[in-house]
Design a protein around this ligand. Sequence first.
Ligand SMILES: NC(=O)c1ccc[n+]([C@@H]2O[C@H](COP(=O)([O-])OP(=O)(O)OC[C@H]3O[C@@H](n4cnc5c(N)ncnc54)[C@H](OP(=O)(O)O)[C@@H]3O)[C@@H](O)[C@H]2O)c1
Length: 259
Amino acid sequence: MASFPTVAGKVAIVTGSARGIGEEIAYELAKRGAKVMITFTSETSQSRADALVARIAALQNGATSASVRADLALPESPDIIVKATLAAFSTSTIDILVNNAGINLNCPLAALTSAAFDSVFDINVRGAFLMTRAVLPHLPATPGARIVNISSQGARRGFPDYTVYCASKAALEGFTRALAVELGGAGHTVNCVAPGPVRSEMMDMLPEGVVEFQKKRTPMQNRVGTTEDVAPIVAWLVEESSRWVTGQTIAAGGGIEVL
Ligand SMILES: NC(=O)c1ccc[n+]([C@@H]2O[C@H](COP(=O)([O-])OP(=O)(O)OC[C@H]3O[C@@H](n4cnc5c(N)ncnc54)[C@H](OP(=O)(O)O)[C@@H]3O)[C@@H](O)[C@H]2O)c1
């Protein structure tokens, strides 16, 4: 278990962190000493957020956490999350933001409605933009802040019936590169982590044939990833030691992108 306090005392927001990849990222940052705000939107995730707060408290390593319920499809939610974070940790600074919350959509283009398009872009793209804008006034002067956006292999590959999802993740990668330039002068880094298939509730909604195909195409042990495979990569990107990496997309897919 990584227990070295590489981000001790740092204030972090991880969106969509009561379950799935976000939950593991939040726990990994806590293992490294951070104060973590856990965000969620589904009523069913309240108990999972509570359980994660308890797990983090049990680490007894100085890490703390709190949770806030806010729907990132709503433009007002990022300010609610930021206010809750500043209050929970009695701070005026937010050091780390991980834009992880996201949804998928399986829909051939011919059947796509404008509302369905918006439902994906409102969360996967606008949610990350507005969340990031909301933390800007609170970023530390020095050392720099860390922003990590969770993309997907779908940003750079073609998956039929997933045009909107793939396009939303490509937008997130474009946002990452431009913002890295915009914030570089202040010493803040902005990067993406692009997982390949990872066992989670989102993956449970994929057709089994798609998952099997992706396993075959994954050089590393022909398996899907786990949340534990991905979280330490995000954790490194929020540590001081990653300060010379910015504007990048780090593939976290067992090599799926090289085939
Ligand atoms: N699993 C994969 O194979 C895979 C691969 C590549 C990239 N990714 C990306 O990794 C990220 C996490 O995916 P996952 O597999 O962990 O998915 P997941 O298990 O379905 O979790 C999705 C997370 O996003 C949150 N979320 C969804 N809609 C939201 C909204 N309107 N407002 C606020 N939060 C919202 C959910 O919150 P609630 O708990 O409140 O519902 C949940 O925490 C996503 O960005 C996804 O695109 C996943």
